[in-house]
Design a binder for this molecule. Structure first.
Ligand SMILES: [Zn+2]
Ligand SMILES: [Zn+2]
Length: 355
């Protein structure tokens, strides 16, 4: 996928003990790192995530503010910006930096006066970013960021550091990665999910991405070498992306259950055998013959028992690839047989069982 530069902006704002849905505390104002907030005892960003409480403008927009965009960014650079992430340093918590949410499909680069009616709008009379309330997402579980985290997870363009005195441009990969993390950490945020659905490229990215962290999260503490653990893994992976499911399936295909299955079939490729070809591959240094295991019913289907032993068959490396990437379909099965069609040929294989 092509990377789009300047696809997003990361901008900071003063801390607000009322979650940016109400007035800041006295201490918030005193501790702000923006001098004018202290001087004026006023933070324009105080209502940034009050979009569920306070009225939008007549044109449907809700207005927010970030001190970082007080000076409008160059229009030729910011024309492709689709999202503005808002972060702040939590002074009560050793100044850790958190992304609290974002404005999707934003407008910015000018001052927007608040004209809707609300008592607080007299004091908070305008801002410099705006978006539709449905595209403004507040994260109950904010995302912790640091230069270290950002570098490790491709959350900023290469070699960039989090800006202290301005804002950062983000490329599309950075934006997608941030949203993936936001989804992982806020699984029940239906507004966030709905927002993601509106960006097909983002949905693709999230699905294709090797979500290594989710994978390790699922397998943590569970080995693939006993049926009890495998049953747990099967339950835990139900909610995972197809990519993660695929990784878990590989984990199990390589696990000790797989080792038992290999022993049971005598390290033979069951497809080769059914084609009257030599079913035995090369010998490994440990004296065992090389063979691979494969889940017949794809793990991503999440059908019951998909991780159980009788959904595994042993195949040679070549047939394993063909099952995944070649012209092969499972055309039927009984309690004891799988019937495949591979390259137009019908192939009947006995299911593996302990008995
Ligand atoms: Zn084979
Ligand atoms: Zn496989």
């Amino acid at each position: 996928m092509d990377i789009i530069e300047n696809y997003g902006i990361l901008a900071s704002m003063s801390w607000n003990s009322n979650k940016w849905a109400g007035e800041p505390s006295k201490e918030d104002l005193n501790r702000s790192k923006y001098g004018y907030v202290q001087d004026e005892s006023h933070a324009h960003e105080s209502l940034n995530f009050g979009h569920e409480i306070f009225p939008p403008e007549e044109d449907g927009y809700y207005i927010g503010y970030t001190p970082m965009l007080r000076k409008a960014p160059a229009p030729d650079k910011s024309g492709s910006v689709k999202i503005i992430f808002l972060c702040s340093s939590d002074y009560k918590n050793s100044n850790r930096k958190l992304i609290l949410g974002f404005y999707g499909n934003p407008e910015f680069g000018q001052n927007f006066p608040r004209q809707a009616k609300h008592r607080l709008y007299r004091k908070y009379d305008g801002g410099n970013i705006r978006a539709y309330p449905s595209d403004i997402i507040h994260l109950e579980n904010p995302l912790l960021i640091s230069n270290d985290i950002v570098a490790k997870n491709n959350l900023l363009p290469k070699d960039k550091k989090i800006s202290q005195r301005g804002f950062n441009y983000l490329n599309s990969d950075n934006v997608y990665n941030l949203i993936s993390v936001a989804l992982t950490q806020n699984p029940n945020n239906t507004k966030l999910r709905a927002f993601v659905e509106k960006f097909p490229a983002l949905v693709d990215y999230i699905n294709q991405k090797s979500n290594v962290e989710d994978y390790f999260d699922v397998i943590k503490g569970y080995s693939a070498d006993n049926l009890k653990d495998i049953a747990v893994l099967e339950r835990k992976m139900a909610k995972q992306t197809p990519e993660v499911k695929q990784r878990i399936s590989t984990y199990i295909e390589r696990g000790a259950i797989a080792a038992k299955v290999k022993k049971l079939t005598g390290y033979r490729c069951l497809i080769c055998e059914s084609l009257n070809l030599n079913p035995i591959s090369f010998k490994k240094p440990n004296g065992e013959y090389y063979v691979e295991t494969h889940h017949v019913e794809p793990v991503s289907s999440m059908k019951n028992g998909v991780l159980s032993m009788d959904n595994l068959i042993t195949v040679c490396a070549n047939h394993h690839r063909q099952l995944h990437y070649g012209d092969s379909t499972l055309i039927g099965q009984t309690d004891h047989h799988f019937v495949f069609k591979i390259d137009g040929k019908k192939i009947d294989i006995n299911k593996i069982s302990l008995h």
